[in-house]
Design a protein around this ligand. Structure first.
Ligand code: GRF
Length: 195
């Protein structure tokens, strides 16, 4: 399976995914695509020898369709079987999502269906939750709403801030996403729970 990874930032999840796709893994990374010029993940992808592309969403103003057509043009060049959104911070239109439905994953830093959207760790702390975590889900038109394929849980500790909680969740993302992708690439949609 050919995997394209979409990023907007540091790309730590992209690195974890790319480094997992070795040996008898059924998938290989064929492209890292960023909407942000100079995103840290682009340099990391180049260092890993993965082709990269940039589609700067600012070039398209409010025209989401034109932005997504440019994304699709880059994807068409590499013909991926699976898209992995990894710290990709643009909302995709229903048109793009339906074209890729059943072939597109995302990682979200909350225990979905709780805390869709942004500032997930601060919201979990504010709510007094005992646990937080991350979820890998299939992307559908509903933001952070698709079928959950995997979750990892961590405790919320006394005195946690959004940053200390994020620092506890992120390493779990780096374990969860590769584990889910390996199953997904083999056609297995059995939900995975860590630990
Ligand atoms: C992570 O918290 C991830 O859950 C969210 O974006 C953040 C940064 O991810 N989607 P990365 O380091 O760019 O992979």
């Amino acid at each position: 399976k050919r995997v394209a990874i979409l990023i907007s930032g540091s790309g730590s999840n992209m690195v974890a995914l790319a480094e997992s796709m070795v040996g008898d893994h059924p998938a290989r990374p064929v492209l890292v695509l960023s909407n942000v010029p100079g995103a840290g993940g682009l340099a990391k992808a180049e260092a890993l020898g993965i082709p990269t592309a940039l589609v700067d969403h600012k070039r398209f103003g409010k025209d989401r369709a034109a932005f997504e057509a440019a994304l699709q043009a880059e994807l068409d060049k590499v013909q991926p079987d699976i898209l992995c959104l990894a710290g990709f911070m643009r909302v995709l239109t229903e048109g793009f999502v339906s074209f890729w439905e059943g072939r597109m994953l995302n990682i979200h830093p909350s225990l979905l269906p709780k805390y869709r959207g942004l500032n997930t760790h601060a919201r979990a702390i504010e709510a007094g939750d005992a646990e937080a975590g991350c979820s890998v889900h299939e992307v559908t038109a509903e933001l952070d709403g698709g079928p959950v394929l995997g979750q990892a849980r961590v405790p919320i500790l006394q005195g946690d801030t959004a940053d200390t909680l994020a620092a506890r969740v992120l390493p779990m993302e780096h374990r969860l996403y590769p584990a889910v992708l390996r199953r997904y690439a083999a056609g297995d949609r059995t939900p995975l729970h860590l630990p």
